[in-house]
Ligand binder design. Structure first.
Ligand SMILES: [Zn+2]
Ligand SMILES: [Zn+2]
Length: 359
């Protein structure tokens, strides 16, 4: 209704209504421009973080290593718990926290990037005004000149923001002949729009984005989310829903998958890749025993994993089990004794040694 009123107003004022025409057009540009600026800025933030922050400038495997380092440095068991139990949630919140810090710390990068994008798009719009005017110049006298101008203008801006030509049919029949004056009128009408956006951006936070920057950054690290049924480590395949078996290089002590030795309180410190080469068995359901060597016979999800026999364990997890022994015993309701006795050699591994090996 407001549109109709504006069009009516413009029509009544006839040929002298260039200013109102420009104001109307700017009011149509406004929502698309705002959206385009946020969308573009989200991309810029993700890109900049990819290039400036070590955690994000490599592969998913590199990011995983950075996360392990971070966890060790923090030495916060609650964070480890989230990482082990919900790795996908942990990854998302890890990235989200970094985005928040990057955008909202004392450098106010969010405001800076929004303003940069605004400047860039504002210039694009001005360029589109000039280009459209230049293109239709030699058609002066045609009663279709405004319609032609709008065709050109929408085409020019097509790659920048959403401005459907159909939204502008109400003003296309105006008899505006002073096409040169339109340049100035548009510049004048655009300027308050720019100031308003600038004002808004000064108080912007991450909730203003339709698509969150951290979601875009997360998309740079796609991967399978399946977890090893024994140790809950995440499959390292970088293709979600990939063909073939799930697989990973570094399995972890099976206590992390809640394994205990049968009818004891002994927590399992063995890693799955060494268990599958042993003569041990594991239980599924109430009373079904499967030899580790034939773990695939246990059905889903075991049959979807390719666990290669390998007895080597990362120092990191030896350090972790030794360091958080008490918390792990409480969390998994068992003890590191009997068959779960932690080897003396694990206790001597320092955090630094564990971290050095991750490089
Ligand atoms: Zn495993
Ligand atoms: Zn997988």
């Amino acid at each position: 209704i407001e549109d109709f009123f504006k069009c009516f107003q413009i029509s009544c004022q006839g040929a002298t209504s260039i200013t109102t025409f420009a104001d109307f057009l700017c009011s149509k540009i406004d929502p698309g421009l705002r959206l385009a600026i946020y969308d573009k800025t989200a991309l810029v933030i993700a890109e900049r973080m990819r290039s400036e922050i070590r955690d994000f400038n490599g592969s998913r495997a590199n990011l995983e290593v950075c996360i392990l380092k971070y966890l060790a440095q923090e030495e916060n068991f609650e964070k480890f718990k989230l990482y082990i139990h919900s790795p996908a949630d942990f990854l998302e919140s890890y990235i989200q926290t970094h985005v928040k810090t990057y955008c909202l710390d004392q450098n106010s990068r969010l405001v800076m990037f929004l303003n940069e994008t605004l400047t860039q798009y504002y210039e694009e719009i001005q360029k589109a005004v000039f280009t459209s005017t230049t293109v239709v110049k030699d058609r002066i006298g045609s009663n279709k000149i405004i319609s032609l101008w709008l065709d050109e203008f929408c085409r020019e801006l097509g790659g920048v923001l959403r401005l459907p030509r159909s939204d502008l049919v109400g003003i296309e029949h105006l008899e505006i002949t002073d096409i040169e004056f339109l340049n100035n009128a548009m510049t004048e009408a655009l300027s308050p729009l720019r100031d308003r956006l600038k004002e808004e951006f000064a108080h912007a936070d991450l909730s203003s984005f339709e698509k969150q920057p951290h979601t875009i950054l997360l998309e740079h690290f796609p991967g399978c989310k399946e977890q090893c049924p024994f140790c809950w480590a995440v499959c390292t395949n970088t293709i979600p829903n990939h063909d073939g078996d799930h697989q990973l290089v570094f399995h972890r002590p099976q206590v992390l998958g809640r394994y205990r030795w049968y009818k004891t309180d002994n927590l399992v410190i063995d890693i799955c890749s060494s268990s599958v080469a042993s003569d041990c068995r594991f239980r599924i359901g109430e009373d079904k025993w499967i030899p580790y060597k034939k773990y695939r016979d246990a059905g889903h999800p075991f049959c979807t994993w390719n666990i290669l026999p390998d007895t080597s364990m990362q120092k990191y997890w030896k350090w972790f089990v030794s360091h958080f022994r008490a918390q792990l015993e409480e969390l998994y309701n068992g003890k590191f004794h009997g068959r779960g006795e932690i080897p003396a050699s694990w206790h001597t591994i320092t955090k630094q040694e564990a971290l050095d090996e991750l490089r």
